[in-house]
Design a binder for this molecule. Structure first.
Ligand code: ATP
Length: 306
């Protein structure tokens, strides 16, 4: 009986392993799926990065026919500066980041980096130049070390540790039972939203891209965790051209330029102070956010009177 049990047990383990690998593959393919519609054009050249100035020129876009999502979106991001995009849910903010990464091509107009249209450069070189800190970071069922190194396969342990330190997640990793070898993901240790975002920041630091896209989490982290992430973000955005999709307005105050989107159009633009002076949608959103933040601080103080 025991003789039979051991192979059966082994088969059970093997079955679970295969099932999990298939789940990983499925996730990878669903990421690749988004890329289905775009391909390198004949004669596509590698992107040549100078200062990494970005330009959206009169962009119209729809995911599906008959439902236009972006209308005549037109803006520049000067090399090395930060532009934040704000607006109600569904106004088209994240769509801008998907187009910049070229998950989709625009219907009209164009997007260029240092004067090179995205459709004329190879996707590999484009994606090499862009680092994304997404809303919800996908963790692979592997060690935390692997998950950070994913930003730049082949990185040395020293480089991985340096990136983790810069993302302020090194001490947390060292406190785990197996340190950098600790298994994370669905089968391993589950990380909080903030910890996952730090892994994404470490990945991005390792990749060291000229362009940074930060898609802020919609699910609110508590305000202390959020402030810490914001600070790190500012550090990594320095010297890079950055597009920040902001779901909370507190993130955007220091941006060089803020774009306010409404139903797929840019309806206001300027710095925080300029937009407040304009007394439009941004000001309304800002007032509402301030009131919510005050409520949140009051709640946190009740929960943690120290
Ligand atoms: P949020 O603040 O909620 O993240 P957002 O401003 O980033 O919203 P987008 O994600 O850019 O909004 O979506 C803009 C519109 O495009 C929404 O109406 C959404 O339903 C639609 N949309 C987004 N992704 C797809 C898709 N893959 N296929 C079809 N429609 C989509």
């Amino acid at each position: 009986m025991i003789q039979l049990y051991i192979p059966l047990n082994f088969l059970g383990v093997l079955y679970r392993e295969i099932k999990q690998s298939l789940a990983d593959m499925e996730r990878l393919f669903s990421l690749m799926e988004q890329n289905r519609e775009v391909a390198d054009s004949a004669g596509a050249q590698p992107l040549k990065i100078g200062g990494a100035a970005l330009k959206f020129s009169h962009v119209d876009f729809s995911y599906e026919p008959k439902r236009q999502i972006l209308f005549d979106v037109d803006f520049d991001i000067a090399a090395g500066t930060t532009t934040a995009v704000v607006g109600h849910s569904g106004s088209g903010k994240s769509t801008l980041s998907r187009l910049l990464y070229r998950f989709y091509d625009v219907d009209h107009g164009g997007i260029s980096i240092d004067g090179q249209d995205l459709r004329q450069v190879t996707q590999a070189s484009l994606r090499q130049a862009i680092g994304i800190v997404p809303q919800d970071t996908v963790l692979f069922n592997d060690s935390i070390e692997y998950n950070i190194a994913y930003g730049k396969p082949g990185s040395s342990k020293e480089q991985i540790v340096a990136a983790a330190k810069a993302a302020y997640i090194h001490d947390f990793i060292e406190s785990l039972p197996d340190g950098y070898a600790t298994a994370v993901g669905e089968r391993g240790l589950k990380l909080s939203g903030g910890e996952k975002q730090r892994v994404a920041i470490a990945r991005t630091l390792l990749k060291d891209p000229a362009i940074l896209i930060f898609d802020e989490a919609t699910s609110a982290l508590d305000s202390r965790a959020e402030q810490a992430i914001q600070q790190q973000l500012q550090e990594i955005a320095r010297e890079r051209t950055s597009l920040v999709i902001a779901h909370r307005l507190s993130t955007v105050v220091d941006a060089d330029q803020i774009l306010v989107m409404d139903q797929g159009r840019i309806i206001e633009r300027g710095t925080h102070m300029q937009l407040l002076a304009a007394d439009g949608l941004y000001t309304q959103m800002w007032m509402r956010q301030q009131a919510r933040d005050e409520d949140e601080v009051a709640t946190e103080q009740v929960a943690d009177p120290a």
